[in-house]
Write a protein that binds this ligand. Structure first.
Ligand SMILES: Cc1cc2nc3c(=O)[nH]c(=O)nc-3n(C[C@H](O)[C@H](O)[C@H](O)COP(=O)(O)O)c2cc1C
Length: 160
């Protein structure tokens, strides 16, 4: 099974977890980067509005992959605009699997994972699982247990 991890990380927390996940799953990683940075309040505004912002070229064609793992921070309880843009650019997604990994300051109710899940399910993709890791746990390197549980979602597929 070939896995693509697509990661947007603004301040490095999500990327830190993703680098570990990439090793564990022997996956490819494509980093989502915005063309321009935006002020904090615009980031929040864009997330609340579900806006998209231009991103640099990255792997968005899933032709050669069985599974996509979308990874990002939670902003304003929602997805960053860069992720909204990435999702809209995904090609050849039908019948592939997907999972979602988010990092956040708190584990309060949020809409980011719901949005990604609904969007990709709507593209004909199959949901495997999701995980939320707290920023403070990322900083303390305290996320291995959660990652192991998340990894189990892929185990059946990895064995095939
Ligand atoms: C613009 C902005 C909005 C944020 N909004 C939320 C939020 O609504 N809920 C939350 O739990 N954390 C929020 N955070 C915290 C981030 O989700 C958290 O620090 C995350 O781990 C950052 O990931 P990164 O380092 O990969 O960018 C926000 C951070 C930023 C910069």
């Amino acid at each position: 099974m070939k896995i693509l991890i697509a990661c947007y990380s603004y301040s490095g927390n999500t990327l830190k977890v993703v680098e570990e996940l990439k090793k564990l799953l022997n996956a490819d990683l494509t980093e989502i980067k915005t063309v321009k940075d935006r002020w904090y309040l615009f980031k929040v505004w864009d997330s609340i509005r579900g806006n998209q912002v231009p991103i640099k070229s990255c792997i968005n064609d899933l032709r050669n992959y069985d599974t996509l793992i979308v990874c990002c921070p939670i902003w304003a309880g929602r997805t960053p605009a860069a992720i909204n843009e990435y999702l809209s650019l995904i090609k050849n997604a039908k019948d592939s699997n997907f999972a979602v990994l988010v990092t956040a300051g708190s584990d309060k109710k949020q809409k980011a994972t719901i949005y990604i899940r609904e969007y990709l399910s709507g593209q004909g993709m199959n949901f495997l699982g999701q995980i939320l890791i707290l920023a403070e746990d990322v900083k303390k390197d305290n996320f291995q247990d959660k990652l192991d549980i998340f990894m189990k979602r892929f185990q059946n597929d990895l064995e095939n």
